[in-house]
Design a protein around this ligand. Structure first.
Ligand code: HEM
Length: 411
């Protein structure tokens, strides 16, 4: 006979400091300690449910049970996310705004992204004769791809300005102190720059490519047929440009994976392994986005656990991608696991789970895979380099980790 029970609860006033200290292991440490895939703790003074696993992901993405409005903490809205963007919308309003993003993700757009990725890496690498620090190089290359693909007007000499203000949005969002302030400043600067450009395009003071995101978002109408508030249009444009540049974190891990497992890249060269399998394993194995956040819509019981209305809830992305119930030897880097892999929208979730159009799953997942695959294939087939002696390291409480990986050009 089943009966209702309370979610196992961690005692103590607040565990935000432990979250900073334990980073990607915070949720796994607690689900392990209580031997439960759902646990209750306190973060930033609020009761917070933490969950890990496939069934738990299915529950988390059930919009009858969870909502997103005001779910993300204000500090995240002032740094990585912005205020008023698609991440905090629910229901019809979310679907309408999300369609604005998904309408960009066409086959043609993916082909163009592939072309831009190749062109920008070529023009960067052709100028290099010595050592290249992959993460730093990738940020510049991706900034150029992001500006070109979205059609944001920019001058050549502004690329560095964009790159150096975009990266603090995701590098420092989880930090405290001066880095966090830098992240907020960068957001304010970029939002006001974009708002100014949006105003100009609306008043037809500048001419831009009408097929691109910059024009489309500037002229997008909400459900009431009104143009988006120009601040929100700027936030949404940053929701394209910022994560495009953040792909640098995965490019860096792609090279770390290459450095740590050269036999796997050899297998790609020999035609024994598909480059996409390597990329998928990079996204599963290495840490990037730790968890996603929602709130309980109404009281309900699941697996006999009582969920209380409005409770903040974290779904562990890193933990689910390392869950031994889903993955064989989860802590091994094994790209072949993706050979014929048949997943569901809830088990492999480095960029969130559920559906693209009606849920909050990352709008840019296909683009991310395309850029990573094109980058890997470009370096395998067209660049002659070696890894000099080095010991790239990263900490599991640095969100996101950016180990220093260097390549040395040959020939
Ligand atoms: C760098 C690699 C990326 C990672 C790790 C990543 C991760 C994520 C995660 C975890 C979410 C939240 C899912 C949820 O709330 O359930 C998300 C949402 C989103 N991502 Fe990405 N993302 C990446 C790249 C991109 C790119 C390249 C774009 C656009 C070009 C993009 C656009 C978005 C948007 C618009 C959302 C909000 C979706 C919604 O709330 O409905 N992301 N992403």
């Amino acid at each position: 006979m089943s009966h209702q029970r309370k979610i196992p609860k961690e005692t103590g006033w607040d565990h935000s400091i432990e979250l900073l200290r334990e980073g990607y292991y915070f949720i796994l440490n607690r689900t392990g300690k209580f031997d439960s895939r759902v646990v209750l703790t306190r973060i930033l003074g609020a009761k917070t449910i933490c969950m890990v696993g496939k069934k738990e992901a299915e529950l988390f993405y059930d919009t009858d049970k969870f909502y997103r409005e005001e779910a993300a903490p204000t500090s995240a809205q002032k740094t990585i996310l912005g205020q008023g963007g698609v991440q905090g919308l629910d229901g019809e309003e979310h679907r309408h705004r999300k369609a604005m993003f998904m309408s960009l993700m066409t086959k043609e757009a993916l082909n163009e992204i592939q072309q831009l990725t190749k062109e920008e890496w070529q023009s960067y690498i052709n100028k290099e004769t010595d050592e290249v620090e992959i993460y730093e190089a990738a940020k510049v290359v991706l900034t150029r791809i992001a500006l070109r693909w979205t059609g944001v007007p920019y001058k050549e000499e502004e690329v560095q300005y964009w790159a150096s203000n975009l990266s603090p949005l995701f590098e420092y969002a989880s930090k405290i102190g001066p880095k966090n302030i830098k992240s907020r400043w960068s957001r304010q600067k970029l939002e006001s720059k974009l708002e100014d450009l949006i105003q100009k395009v609306r008043k037809e003071r500048i001419n831009v490519d009408r097929s691109r995101a910059f024009y489309q978002f500037s002229m997008h109408k909400d459900l009431n047929g009104e143009l988006l508030d120009q601040h929100i249009a700027a936030v949404e444009l940053l929701n394209l440009i910022r994560p495009l540049v953040a792909i640098a974190v995965y490019i860096n891990f792609t090279f770390l994976g290459w450095f740590e497992h050269p036999e796997q890249v050899k297998a790609i060269k020999n035609g024994e392994l598909n480059s996409e399998q390597f990329i998928q394993e990079v996204r599963r194995y290495y840490p990037f986005f730790p968890f996603v956040v929602a709130r309980v819509r109404k009281d309900f019981t699941w697996n006999n656990y009582i969920f209380k209305k409005d409770t903040v809830t974290f779904l562990d992305l890193y933990g689910t991608n390392h869950d031994p119930e889903i993955w064989d030897e989860p802590d091994e880097f094994k790209p072949t696991r993706f050979n014929g892999w048949e997943g569901t929208p809830f088990d492999f979730i480095p960029q969130g789970g559920g559906e693209f159009d009606i849920g909050h799953r990352c709008a840019g997942e296909w683009i991310t895979i395309k850029i990573l695959k094109t980058t890997l294939e470009y370096f395998i087939n067209e660049v002659t380099f070696e890894f000099p002696d080095q010991e790239p390291e990263y900490q599991m409480n640095d969100i996101p980790p950016k180990p220093k990986v260097i390549i040395k050009m040959k020939g």
